[in-house]
Design a protein around this ligand. Structure first.
Ligand SMILES: [Zn+2]
Length: 533
């Protein structure tokens, strides 16, 4: 483990390590800490989807829900919903990817030039022409369509992550969601997708991505819920060596990047080399777990509707060591969120506190594999999906700074957002606009699967005033701990923030569950289309 407390903040913050409780903490924080300590301990080995430790973590969560008096709402009278996955791990020594030019072949160094996704059945062998499709997004209603002028049939598509400034959020984010993107290319006959990592938008250095490439990749095993069906190649390309893909095309990667930096549209054109790939991997099926617990509402009528609270239990498991530590504990991502949900369940469970509608806690697996556990739940819902009134997602809120500001993803999209805003006001919390909409957070966690099912949703994260010490702390966390082994128990949190978060989520849940009417999408919301029959 690695301790990292920026020196300028060390003096500034009354920060405590996650382990080593002190009496200065409110009781909610102390109980929250107990859950985080258990779920993010080294013994949990990073709660990899499908691992025995994930099962143990799921059983812990189930037993906590049970102890608060919640009802099992998984399958077969248990708290668990089994989710079958195809598990794949790359056999890199027997895997080759190369660019084939007319007069020479340029082999790619895996981990250096590119990584191969294990989320799909990669080909035994494939050779295909390449086409550069700009950002690889199609938003015709806003006058932007990278697919309009190119033929992708029988080709592998190369694109740069991101989108032009002319396409507004959240539409830009939605267009970049893997399932949505592949659907557009698949219907036009493309064979595969190659994403060039955009260095301006990436979270953390390439080395972190490269180190993750030996981590197993997964897809949902039931074919009708596997959105990547038909995709034969999926690579992630390092921007530092991306130029080689553009040799002979009359364009340079530097030029593409400069255009992207300025927010401009990107050109689309055929690339000169063909891609040749021979991919070997180990493959098996594994089962992981969603945990589903029901807090039955007190109103006989409204209790048939549900406010669903989600947070993911899985994290990245054990991987290539960083600074001598190979366990990706996932304390903030997202043991912290699961701990928050548990304490919200405890707070709402007493008869006198029960809201009118039922509250369903859906603690999901496979989030780090592409939001798969939540997608599975929305496709195999354990309660009728049409009765789900709203979804609140708690994923990596980062209670490492005082909870004076919240960023509420989706706040302007629905009346659920209005309720979240009012509750924040009543709780003395200011709602800040998302300072980094280009990070696509509204589609990057489990709430997006609920949105796609037509259900109004919001997701929460801690915010800070730009340029403040708290802002620096949040940025330093993303840089130094996000998806790294240092997201462990030896990191500072704000002693009051978990308690404040638990109180806020509890109050918001009650407010939504007690409201006379179910939340609705705003007239002008892009996401409203998913709710239309
Ligand atoms: Zn994560």
């Amino acid at each position: 483990m690695r301790h990292f407390i920026p020196s300028f903040l060390g003096a500034l913050l009354v920060a405590l390590l996650v382990t080593g409780a002190t009496s200065a903490e409110p009781p909610e924080t102390l109980r929250w800490r107990d859950h985080v300590d258990f779920l993010a301990s080294d013994a949990m080995r990073g709660r990899q989807t499908g691992s025995p430790e994930h099962l143990k973590a799921a059983q812990y969560v189930a037993s906590q829900f049970k102890s608060f008096g919640l009802e099992p709402a998984g399958v077969h009278g248990s708290f668990l919903q089994p989710v079958p996955f195809v598990w794949r791990r790359i056999d890199e020594p027997h895997t080759q990817v190369a660019l084939v030019f007319a007069d020479h072949v340029e082999p790619l160094v895996l981990g250096m030039d590119a990584t191969v996704s294990m989320a799909i059945d990669e080909p035994d062998s494939l050779e295909a022409p390449l086409v550069f499709a700009g950002y690889g997004i199609s938003v015709p209603e806003q006058g932007y369509d990278d697919l309009a002028k190119i033929d992708v049939k029988g080709k592998v598509v190369v694109y740069l992550n991101g989108g032009p400034a002319s396409v507004t959020e959240p539409r830009r984010s939605q267009a970049q969601f893997a399932g949505e993107r592949w659907a557009r290319f698949k219907e036009r006959g493309a064979l595969g997708l190659i994403a060039i990592r955009n260095p301006r938008r990436a979270e953390g250095p390439w080395e972190i991505v490269a180190a993750q490439r030996f981590s197993p990749g997964m897809s949902l095993a039931e074919r009708d819920v596997d959105e990547r069906q038909g995709q034969r190649l999926s690579l992630s390309v390092n921007s530092a060596t991306a130029q080689k893909w553009f040799e002979g095309s009359g364009h340079t990667f530097a030029e593409i990047l400069a255009l992207a930096d300025s927010g401009a549209a990107l050109p689309t054109f055929d690339l000169t080399p063909r891609v040749r790939a021979k991919v070997r991997f180990e493959k098996r099926t594994v089962t992981s777990q969603n945990v589903v617990a029901l807090l039955r509402g007190r109103d006989p009528q409204l209790a048939r509707e549900y406010v669903v609270l989600t947070g993911h239990l899985d994290h990245l498991g054990v991987g290539v060591p960083v600074a001598g530590d190979s366990i990706f504990n996932g304390a903030m991502d997202n043991a912290s969120g699961v701990a928050t949900l548990l304490e919200v369940a405890r707070a709402l469970a007493p008869a006198a506190k029960r809201p009118k509608r039922s509250v369903l806690f859906v603690v999901v697996t496979g989030e780090e594999k592409g939001l798969l556990g939540s997608y599975y739940w929305t496709k195999r819902p354990t309660e009728p999906l049409g009765k789900v009134a709203a979804n609140v997602s708690i994923d990596m809120v980062l209670p490492i700074v005082p909870l004076r500001y919240l960023i509420i993803q989706g706040v302007d999209e629905s009346t659920l957002g209005d309720l979240a805003r009012s509750e924040a006001k009543d709780s003395g919390i200011d709602v800040l606009p998302d300072p980094e909409p280009q990070r696509n957070r509204f589609i990057r966690s489990d709430q997006f699967n609920f949105i796609r099912a037509g259900i109004p949703a919001v997701a929460l994260s801690a915010g800070a005033v730009k340029g403040s010490p708290e802002d620096s702390l949040l940025h330093a966390w993303i840089r130094d701990r996000y998806h790294q082994p240092s997201d462990d128990l030896a990191q500072p949190i704000d002693p009051d923030a978990p308690a404040a978060l638990i109180r806020y989520v509890t109050a918001l849940t009650a407010r939504v569950a007690d409201a006379p009417a179910r939340p609705t999408w705003s007239e002008q919301s892009f996401f409203r289309r998913y709710a239309m029959p």
